[in-house]
Design a protein around this ligand. Sequence first.
Ligand code: FES
Length: 147
Amino acid sequence: MFKAFHNTSTFIYNKPLNTPFLGGIRLFSKSKVSFKKDSPELPINTIEEHIQAHKQEKFGVVYDKKPFKILLKANKNYSWCVCGQSKNQPFCDGTHKNPFMKIELKPVRFQVAEEKEYYLCNCKQTTHRPFCDGTHKRDDIQEKIKH
Ligand code: FES
C-alpha cells in the first residue's frame, strides 16, 4: 500500500525498499524508517564547517511530530531552533537566551546552496540538523504530540 505525503504529517510505510523519498529519507521495511546520514540526497548545510551548534549532544523538546516544509533561498542565513521553545518555528526567536528558562542549547545557523523547498526538522530530534531525517517517526516522538 502506498500513502502519499499528506499535509506533511503522514508518511509512507509500505513503500518499496530503497526507494528515495523526502530528499534522502529511505524506507527499508514496513513501519521502520532509516536514512543514510551521508547520503547525497539529504540536504546540506553549506556553512556547517564554520559552526559547532549542530554537534550539541542534547536535544530540545519535541515541538511537533512532523517536519516543516519551507521554501529556502540560496545562500541566505537562517537560524534553526534547536531547543524547541521558539514561537517562530522552525526558526530561532531568541527564546533560548531567556535566563529564567535556563536553556543550554543554541540555534543552528545554516544556508542552502539551492533555492527550493526543504523539510526542516520540527521534532528537534533529527541527527542531521536542521533537516528532517525521519527521526520524528519514532513511536516515542509520535506519542508526545497528540494532534
Ligand atoms: S521532524 Fe523529521 S526528524 Fe524531526
